[in-house]
Ligand binder design. Sequence first.
Ligand SMILES: [Cu+2]
Length: 146
Amino acid sequence: MKKLSLISVFLILSLVLVTGCEKQDSDNAVPSNPDDDSMMDDDSMMDDSTVDKTIILSAENFKFVMDGQDNPELVVNKGDRIIIEFSSTDGLHDFVIDELGVATEKVNTGDTTYFEFVADKAGSFEYYCSIGSHRANGMEGKFIVK
Ligand SMILES: [Cu+2]
């Protein structure tokens, strides 16, 4: 009987110890998690860590194309970090949205460029190609920030 109660005490003690350790672990985890979060926030303030949307767009004479659709209406959420992956399949083109400060490099046939920005203004804007009379020839579309 004495042995049994000793074992019980030992079991209870080890249980307490294990629980204590677990509690300590979770106590350690609690402060470390916000640290990770704030590090992620810091990163998102800087470049290319958290991208909400990648828009893959190509250009030709004289239209923009995405997934087989000509001059598609592009819709994003306000505050989204966006990467435009912009390429030309025919001719020299760029991708510009004046109100959002977006202006890719001019790319020639077969080339690709990237432009990253935050859609920090809600509204309906126009994107277009700024080269020559491309816009007048049809290289424009709607860019909506909700
Ligand atoms: Cu163009």
